[in-house]
Design a protein around this ligand. Sequence first.
Ligand code: ZN
Length: 284
Amino acid sequence: MPEGDTIFRAAGTLHRVLAGKEVTRFESVYPAVTRIADDHPIVGRTIESVSARGKHLLIAFSGDLILRTHMRMNGSWHIYPSGARWQRPARDMRVLVGTRDAVAVGFNVPIAELLTARNLARHREIQALGPDLLADAVSGTSLFDRAEVLRRMRAHGRDAIAGALLDQRVVAGVGNVFKSEILFLAGVYPFLPVSALADAELERLVDISREQLTANVMSRSQTLSPAVGRRTTRSLDPREKLWVYGRGGKPCRRCGAAIESKKTGLDARLTYWCPACQRPGSSP
Ligand SMILES: [Zn+2]
């Protein structure tokens, strides 16, 4: 699943290229989107902004119409100069927004809908989002509410901490890669119930989550696809970018113990951890 920082970077890049430009081309394979676009043409409108809310990407057009997309597991947005060759087959295109100079293509984006500002304000999934880890990076002010994240975590006391971190209704922005990395950095065993952790430990986890997502937004690369350019170690060797994620069976970069992995949840997401650095009983 793309992480909050990936969506944030995608939104930033799309905003820089598209904002203020007139739409010259709009396509979608989703009948509900095309039907609205037939009645309320997108072509001819101006792109006002592109922004991220949690993992939702919002493209706002003049005249009160917003394209909401969600990448889920496999979706991604690419941007190309007009006429450039796409890096993905055209059959993977789900939605496309073109201007005179550029074309933004949503590949395998499983969710796309056109909304008014009023629809968006009432949108259940968006309204349910927990505080956004990148809220301060977006606004440049202090909006992030750590106490609210703790309240929401406590309401999920029986969930494993790995599940709570990934739950966008608790805190918005952590995806599966960061989940494992954050727990490693905090020295927390992924399958401890939230209720087994003290407030100070949860606060530390939230702080590490913010630091990691923010650092990955700041060390930006131009690519919009997931997992490229992300790093949580300080190493400059690109092969050493992550501590535990994707490293099952390999030696821990801190202690040398073999990294373990386990599938959990309905969608069988993998969690990676070091059995020595992240013991169930030890406090970090
Ligand atoms: Zn270790």
